[in-house]
Design a protein around this ligand. Structure first.
Ligand SMILES: NC(=O)c1ccc[n+]([C@@H]2O[C@H](COP(=O)([O-])OP(=O)(O)OC[C@H]3O[C@@H](n4cnc5c(N)ncnc54)[C@H](O)[C@@H]3O)[C@@H](O)[C@H]2O)c1
Length: 438
C-alpha cells in the first residue's frame, strides 16, 4: 500500500486515482478546478464514464480515496505523486506543457522527504528530464526524488477495465527504489502477471506517442482503402475482415467511417510530427494519416449531397451522436462538431441528439439545436446522419424513421446498417466504402 497523490482529476487522473485506490493504495486526487473537487466531494462524477461512479463511491467509503484542492496537505501526506494534467495541442501542433511545468513547480516548492514523481500525462521525449530539473531547482539539492514515466493507455468508455486489466504497464525509470515503489502501487497487477515493461524514461515517453500514432494510422489507412473501394466497386467490410484475420494485422481499428477524433489521437499525432520536425525528420506516414483523417468529415457531407443534392440551403439534418465515440461524453475533436460546422457553412441547419454528450457539445456550439430523443430528432429533419455508433442507434426502427424523415436520406458515418435493410424500409442510404448488396 502506498500513499499516492494524483495531480489533475480529469478523465485520466480520476480513473487512475480510483483504480489505484481499488488496488489498495491510499489515494488523494487533487485539481485546481474547485467546482470539480466540490462535485466529487458531493458524490458527483464530472464526466460520463461507465462504472466510475460505483468505483469512486466504493473506494471513498473504504477510506482509500479522497478529493482536495489543498496541495500543501496533499503533498505532506504522500509518497508517490502522479501528474495527470492535460497536455492540449498548441496552434503549431506541439504539446502545450504549461500545466505540466506548473504542476512540477508546485511540487518542487513543497516536497521535503523522498518522493516518486510519476508522469502519466502524454508528453514528448525530454519532458520528464525538464520536470526533474524544475523540481530540483525549486526543492534544492538536499531533496531526494525519482522520476517515473508511466504513460496511460486507457480508452474513454472502457477506462476502468483498461486500467484494472491492462494489456501492459509501461514504467520508464532509473532507480531500484522507484521500481520497488511502483511495483507496490501496481501490486495486484504484478500478482496477476500483467506484463510490466521497465524501460528508460525517454523510450516510455516515445512509446505512448508511437502506439497512438500507429492506431490512428490504421484508421486512416482503412478509410483511404474505403475511398478506393468506392471508386473500384469493392466492399471495405470484406477487405477489412480479410485483412484483420491475418494475425500480423489484427481486426481492431480497421473500421471504415468518418475518422478518429477525441482528446488523444488528433493531438498526439500532431505532437509526434512536431517532434520529428524539431529533429528535421518529416514523419511522412503520420502526417498522411492526419491529412487523410481531416478529409473525413467533408467526405460525410459530400455523401449527404449525393443523396440530397448539391445545394444544402435550407436542409434540416438530424445528427445522431455528438461524442467522438460511444460510451463517453467527450466531444473534443468530435467529427460531429466538424460536420455541423460544415453543414451550417453550406446553409443547412442541424438538430442533434446524443445520450450523454449534449451538454459538452453545447459548450463547443452554444447555439446547437438539440432534440430530447432519437425520434424527436428525426421528426424535425429532412435527412439523417448517424455520426457516433451508440448501441441505441444500432437498433433504430427503420420503418418509423421512414415515416418521420421528410426526405428519407440517411448517411451512415459508422457503417452500422446496410443498404438492403434501408432500401427495404424505403430509405435512401449511403455509407463508407461499401458496394450495394443485391
Ligand atoms: N483522455 C484519455 O482518454 C487519455 C488517455 C491516455 C492518456 N491521456 C493523457 O492524459 C493527460 C490528461 O488527459 P485528460 O483527458 O485526463 O485531461 P482533462 O482535461 O480531462 O483533465 C486534466 C485536469 O488537470 C487539471 N489541472 C490542470 N493543471 C493543474 C494543476 N496545476 N494542478 C492540478 N490540476 C490541474 C484540470 O483542471 C483538469 O481537471 C493528457 O496528457 C492526455 O493526453 C488521456
Amino acid at each position: 500500500m502506498t500513499r499516492t497523490l494524483v495531480i489533475g482529476t480529469g478523465y485520466v487522473g480520476l480513473v487512475s486515482g480510483a483504480c489505484m485506490a481499488d488496488f489498495g493504495n491510499k489515494v488523494i486526487c487533487l485539481d485546481i478546478d474547485k467546482n470539480k473537487i466540490d462535485a466529487l466531494n458531493d458524490g458527483e462524477i464530472p464526466f460520463y464514464e461507465p462504472g466510475l461512479k460505483n468505483l469512486v463511491a466504493r473506494n471513498r467509503d473504504a477510506g482509500r480515496l479522497s478529493f482536495t484542492t489543498d496541495l500543501d496537505l496533499a503533498i505532506k501526506d504522500s509518497q508517490v505523486i502522479v501528474i495527470a494534467v492535460g497536455t492540449p495541442e498548441r496552434e503549431d501542433g506541439s504539446a502545450n506543457l504549461d500545466y505540466i511545468f506548473q504542476a512540477a513547480g508546485e511540487i518542487g516548492e513543497r516536497i521535503h522527504g523522498y518522493h516518486v514523481i510519476v508522469q502519466k500525462s502524454t508528453v514528448p521525449v525530454g519532458t520528464n528530464a525538464k520536470i526533474r530539473k524544475i523540481i530540483s531547482e525549486k526543492a534544492g539539492p538536499d531533496v531526494e526524488f525519482d522520476m517515473v514515466s508511466n504513460p496511460e493507455f486507457l480508452r474513454e468508455g472502457s477506462a476502468i477495465g483498461d486500467f484494472l486489466r491492462p494489456d501492459r504497464v509501461v514504467l520508464g525509470l532509473d532507480s531500484d527504489k522507484s521500481k520497488r515503489i511502483m511495483q507496490e502501487v501496481y501490486r495486484p497487477l504484478f500478482l496477476n502477471e500483467t506484463p510490466m515493461m521497465f524501460t528508460d524514461i525517454a523510450s516510455a515517453e516515445m512509446l505512448k506517442y508511437a502506439a497512438n500514432a500507429f492506431l490512428a494510422t490504421k484508421i486512416s489507412f482503412i478509410n483511404e482503402v474505403a475511398e478506393l473501394c468506392e471508386l473500384v466497386g469493392a466492399d471495405v467490410q470484406f477487405v477489412a475482415r480479410g485483412m484483420g484475420l491475418d494475425g500480423r494485422i489484427g481486426p481492431k481499428f480497421l473500421h471504415a467511417g468518418v475518422g478518429f477524433g477525441g482528446s488523444c489521437f488528433p493531438k498526439d499525432t500532431k505532437a509526434l510530427v512536431h517532434t520529428g520536425e524539431d529533429m528535421n525528420l518529416p514523419m511522412g506516414v503520420v502526417k498522411s494519416a492526419i491529412e487523410a483523417n481531416e478529409r473525413q468529415p467533408g467526405r460525410a457531407v459530400t455523401k449527404l449531397k449525393q443523396l440530397a443534392g448539391d445545394d444544402l440551403t435550407g436542409l434540416r439534418v438530424a445528427i445522431l451522436g455528438l461524442s467522438f465515440k460511444p460510451n463517453t461524453d467527450d466531444v473534443r475533436e468530435a467529427p460531429a462538431i466538424k460536420i455541423i460546422k460544415q453543414l451550417r457553412a453550406e446553409g443547412a441547419s442541424e438538430i442533434a441528439y446524443d445520450p450523454v454528450a449534449m451538454p459538452n457539445a453545447q459548450l463547443e456550439l452554444p447555439d446547437l439545436n438539440l432534440a430530447t430523443g432519437i425520434y424527436e430528432c428525426i421528426t424535425a429533419a429532412d435527412a439523417l446522419m448517424i455520426v457516433t455508433e451508440w448501441n441505441e442507434f444500432r437498433v433504430l426502427d427503420l420503418n418509423r424513421v421512414e415515416k418521420l424523415l421528410a426526405r428519407n436520406v440517411v448517411v451512415d458515418c459508422r457503417n452500422i446498417f446496410n443498404d438492403k435493410l434501408m432500401r427495404e424500409a424505403g430509405l435512401k442510404y449511403v455509407s463508407f466504402g461499401r458496394v450495394e448488396t443485391e
